[in-house]
Design a protein around this ligand. Structure first.
Ligand SMILES: [Zn+2]
Length: 649
């Protein structure tokens, strides 16, 4: 049994060690390529181990750069990126490796384990999706397309950013600030010629603030119009991007970009994605219309696009609002962590024991994880905000469970990082309920990674898991943060020890599901638009026509014709979500479906929870999630349970 790696990162010598490691890797690769009879054991496994070691060396630096950021970590990190990129680009273009993998797969596929076969198949697929196997002329064209695509994406974001920054709306009459929280007014305040004025922009906090709270309808309309008509020049870029993506997909042997995107996803074909989205749409429409009618009744007027956030907020305040401060005393950080651990112990029989280690910060802690007294993994928690930490919350995997080239078992480890209020020796860190949900979410990812029993590191834990399935375990666990039985394990008032009353738990669920069917329709509009837009070549007016057609089913308010939402849809035109926006909902369906089966079985003695541990968590990325999910549930995912989770009947 191997020990866990010690967390260390020598910034002063990092780049030298990195260069030396890469030099050594290149030398061993050349040597390996000379082997005459290449096999999984003498060629693939050593390559995998080489990559694993580089990863294990690199992860502490990227972790440190995120949680203890300094000019030194930044310098070392940015100096290392081009080195890593050059190395991995060379590897991904090496045809000798590609051919060797193909040959080994052909010769050994009946004697290799399914895990090893999947390693080979995924590697071969990676080569083929980048076109490494094609003739030189095609490769050159693919290269051109990639360069052009990244330029267009960059221009798309830049235009959007310029348009966002170019606009401001100045309020001089304080009457127009009515309804806005004092903090928002303060942020907007500036002085000109000795006069107090207030500036609202299209940047997120500012725009949302006025749209949500501003009582002057004319100003809301003006801001809305400016926002949804940003960057009209992006329409031309959209055409270019769509055309290039279509060409690229065809060169790589796919009918369209949607098919290309699905090659690495769990959803098997275009029809499954569209059917899935349309089923959810069909089942949410009635309730969405009811919610909208309720909102209009409450508003006492016909609601326009620029009214909906405003009246939703008023309605929420009146009927659904949660006072975070009322909840915080029940969610003291230490007892939340202990309670979450005890929940995991009861459901998955995994125990956590704190290990006394010196880590990167005194507020970071390590826990060893045991199952049936056997040490199986290590978890690092770093939960409190500090200046040197990047915002947000995430799970970062470090070691992966596998057997090394000598057959020795190696254990997994992962970091869970959050930004909760800092505690001091006299004041505890009291969380919002949202924070508790976040912690459960990241812990869901961490369990997926650390509980893996897979022997091949490239498909162990979260490695090799399809993009549209990777949020399944995190969303699954996060749902329990709303379950009375689970909350009562730890949600006790930190001074009075009173357990969080049912009434308050019920309120959390009600607030979560506020106007949820309307929200569902909006997400489905984005998902369907994105997916259909990439399923054949749309150009010019056809893009708008597609959106208009979809809105007939998804929009409850007539969208003004000046609204050019697509010109700001950066997720798909400047991010990685093209033909993949549906993934959010896809993973939610898997998690809601499994979640309710566990809840309906009583949670703590649930057979499904045991199967979930054995099949999904232990299985990692060694089989497609499509296969694993069917093994778990004995059927395909049922969208009904996502509706139930959102309170949609
Ligand atoms: Zn996540």
């Amino acid at each position: 049994m191997s020990q866990f790696l010690q967390f260390e990162c020598h910034l002063d010598t990092f780049i030298d060690t990195l260069n030396a490691t890469i030099k050594q890797n290149n030398a061993s690769m050349e040597k390996s390529l000379k082997i005459e009879k290449k096999t999984y054991a003498n060629f693939v496994k050593p390559m995998q181990m080489m990559e694993e070691k580089l990863e294990l060396f690199f992860t502490p630096l990227s972790h440190l750069n995120a949680v203890n950021n300094s000019t030194t970590t930044q310098e070392v990190y940015s100096a290392s990126l081009p080195i890593i990129t050059e190395y991995s680009t060379q590897l991904s273009q090496n045809l000798e490796i590609y051919n060797a993998y193909k040959e080994i797969l052909e010769k050994e596929q009946h004697t290799l384990s399914y895990e090893q076969v999947r390693v080979l198949k995924l590697n071969i697929q990676n080569f083929e999706l980048s076109g490494a196997h094609l003739d030189n002329a095609t490769k050159a064209r693919l290269e051109e397309i990639n360069v052009a695509l990244s330029e267009h994406s960059n221009d798309f974001s830049q235009n959007l950013l310029n348009a966002t920054n170019a606009y401001e709306y100045i309020i001089e009459d304080e009457k127009d600030l009515e309804g806005l929280p004092a903090s928002e007014v303060q942020t907007a305040l500036f002085e000109e010629n000795g006069l107090k004025k207030y500036k609202f922009t299209l940047q997120m906090p500012s725009y949302i603030a006025y749209m949500t709270y501003g009582t002057n309808e004319k100003i809301r309309e003006e801001l809305y119009k400016a926002y949804v008509s940003r960057a009209p020049e992006n329409a031309k870029i959209i055409d270019k991007i769509l055309k290039l993506k279509n060409e690229m997909s065809k060169l790589l042997g796919f009918a369209n970009y949607a098919e290309y995107s699905l090659a690495q996803k769990m959803a098997k074909d275009e029809k499954s994605v569209v059917n899935f989205l349309e089923t959810l749409l069909h089942d949410s429409q009635t309730q969405a219309k009811e919610e909208f009618a309720q909102l209009e009744k409450f508003a006492g007027k016909k609601i326009k696009s620029y009214d909906s956030a405003f009246y939703s907020e008023l309605l929420k305040k009146e009927q659904y609002e949660i006072d975070e401060e009322e909840y915080r005393p029940y969610f003291e950080q230490k007892s939340v962590v202990t309670g979450m651990f005890s929940f995991i112990t009861q459901v998955f029989q995994v125990e956590f024991k704190k290990v006394d280690l010196k880590l990167w910060d005194e507020k970071a802690f390590a826990y060893d994880m045991y199952q049936d007294t056997k040490l199986i993994a290590r978890l690092y928690l770093d939960l409190e905000a500090r200046e040197s930490k990047r915002g947000g919350a995430w799970m970062h995997n470090w070691q992966s469970h596998h057997k090394d080239e000598n057959g020795v078992e190696q254990l997994a480890s992962a970091f869970v990082v959050c930004n909760f209020p800092p505690s001091t020796s006299t004041t505890p860190s009291l969380l919002r309920h949202d924070d508790v949900v976040t912690l459960f979410h990241e812990m869901g990812h961490a369990l997926h990674h650390t509980l893996s029993c897979v022997d091949e590191n490239e498909v162990s834990g979260v490695n090799g898991v399809e993009w549209d399935a990777v949020e399944f375990p995190s969303q699954f666990l996060e749902n329990f943060a709303y379950e009375p039985k689970v909350l009562k394990l730890f949600a006790s008032h930190h001074t009075t020890q009173e357990i969080l009353p049912d009434k308050m738990i019920h309120k959390l669920v009600r607030a979560k599901n506020f106007l949820s069917a309307m929200g569902m329709l909006r997400q489905l509009e984005f998902s369907l638009f994105d997916f259909k837009l990439h399923s054949k070549l749309y150009q010019g007016e056809e893009v708008q026509n597609l959106l208009d057609l979809l809105r007939k089913q998804t929009a409850l308010i007539e969208t003004p014709s000046y609204n050019k939402f697509q010109n700001g849809f950066a997720h798909i035109f400047a991010g990685g979500y093209a033909a993949g926006y549906y993934s959010y909902k896809w993973a939610e369906v898997l998690s809601a479906d499994t979640f309710y089966k566990v809840v309906d079985e009583g949670i703590f003695n649930s057979q499904t929870a045991k199967k979930y541990l054995d099949i999904i968590l232990k299985g990692g990325g060694a089989k497609s999630m499509e296969v694993l999910f069917k093994e778990l549930m004995g059927r395909e995912a049922d969208t009904k349970n996502l509706l139930r989770l959102n309170g949609i009947k």
